[in-house]
Design a protein around this ligand. Sequence first.
Ligand SMILES: Cc1cc2nc3c(=O)[nH]c(=O)nc-3n(C[C@H](O)[C@H](O)[C@H](O)COP(=O)(O)OP(=O)(O)OC[C@H]3O[C@@H](n4cnc5c(N)ncnc54)[C@H](O)[C@@H]3O)c2cc1C
Length: 480
Amino acid sequence: MPDLSKPALVWFRNDLRLSDNPALMAASASGRPLIAVYVLDDENAGAWAMGGASLWWLHHTLASLAQNLEAIGGSLILKRGKADEMIPALADETGAAAVYWNRAYEPWAIARDTQIKAALTQASIEARSFNGSLIVEPWEIATKQGKPYKVFTPFWKSLKASHRPADPIAAPAELSFAAPPTSDRLDDWALLPTRPDWAGGLRQMWSPGEAGAQTRLTTFIAEGLSDYDTGRDKPAVRGTSFLSPHLHFGEISPRQVWHAIEASPQGQGEDADSYLSEIAWREFSYNLLYHFPSFPEDNFQPRFDHFDWTGTDADFAAWTRGLTGYPIVDAGMRQLYETGWMHNRVRMIVASFLVKDLFIHWRRGEDWFWDTLVDADLASNAAGWQWVAGSGADAAPYFRIFNPVSQGEKFDPDGDYVRKWIPELAKLPRRVIHAPWTADRATLAQAGVTLGLDYPKPIVDHAEARQKALAAFAKIKDAA
Ligand SMILES: Cc1cc2nc3c(=O)[nH]c(=O)nc-3n(C[C@H](O)[C@H](O)[C@H](O)COP(=O)(O)OP(=O)(O)OC[C@H]3O[C@@H](n4cnc5c(N)ncnc54)[C@H](O)[C@@H]3O)c2cc1C
């Protein structure tokens, strides 16, 4: 008979929730008293350690998870350092007989977790991992030839036809916990910005944690889903679900989202299908990351290695600060800095502008997003950047160069989005709001705008940049 008094560790990672958490359920089913632990492992993450906005989110979501565990008689043990040292040491210290976790798919996490599993098994400690973050794990889905999907549409068709997610599991009503070992204090990790405290906009917009995630989902189903197909492309309206950081940190699972959408009154319509296809883009991004682990660093199409990146640091700085002179680009960059999030349509516009108008490598944009997004996600961020750059797997062709003026006019026709994020342009009339340099003097004066003083003149001429980009691409088109 196994000695059931020995505890089981539940190692929380990007699955910071109690409901639909397979590792937690397995630990509970083991009949052992539990110890819940989170390890902040910057060292193994290396260059992909969390950026500033993610750390802000992490602080609040850990506080929320700790509270939820306390409400059922437990606690959350916090450790900071290399998980391959911390987890075996904690198992040893507490006499744990088992360690359970939900899988992660970042290459550095896979390497680390494989090593931990081997070390625990060697020490006769049961080590089991589960799928808590994806609808379909990358090794469960393949083309007819048994190869990884590189194109989204057939991936999505296969997911829908053959990988319907199982029903989510409810949060355990009762758990028994072992005496807690020592824990770090969350405040001592100093994850929140203080000098300066730039997180005011984040606090206003977000409620990290499981309850906040559920509220977002319910609100979206009630208010956004029925018009998602058109609403999702309008940055001035709340047309999307804002679930990305909640999904990234695993405060809600894609299975829970999927089933809630399907069970809703609009669950069988086109808007729901379109929404679920976006959830599938997240799955597809993980599929690419798993099968092509250098995807966040290297061009998927090697011919882009020969591209001539001539952009300057000054242009990069103007882009990050929302001072390029193109209102839709600047509005997006300011929304990002202020709230840790940017609308998907605008992410595409600002990314295209960086790569194809300023000739700056997508890796620099990816890094900036990594530091400033609350939903910074290795798989989705890399996939987004490579898609826009044209260097990715199922990417937009390079010659598809977003025109920042016509994109603005099409997707923000009244200029409300620009007015919200660039108050200095708020009084400009609709017809020039996306191209203030085309306004005559009287119009600018009436709106109180002096170009070059209150708001910059465009730092590049888009038409010229476009020609230059096409010529530069022509040079690498046939490279291997
Ligand atoms: C250059 C670039 C970088 C990006 N970086 C990230 C990132 O770091 N993290 C991230 O989560 N998303 C990223 N995206 C994808 C997308 O912009 C966001 O997921 C979306 O804007 C989040 O808002 P939402 O939750 O309201 O989306 P909704 O429209 O409500 O979509 C629902 C969910 O589907 C998933 N999703 C939607 N679109 C995509 C997509 N194109 N690729 C992958 N998943 C998607 C997200 O999990 C999202 O929460 C990036 C896109 C681009 C173009």
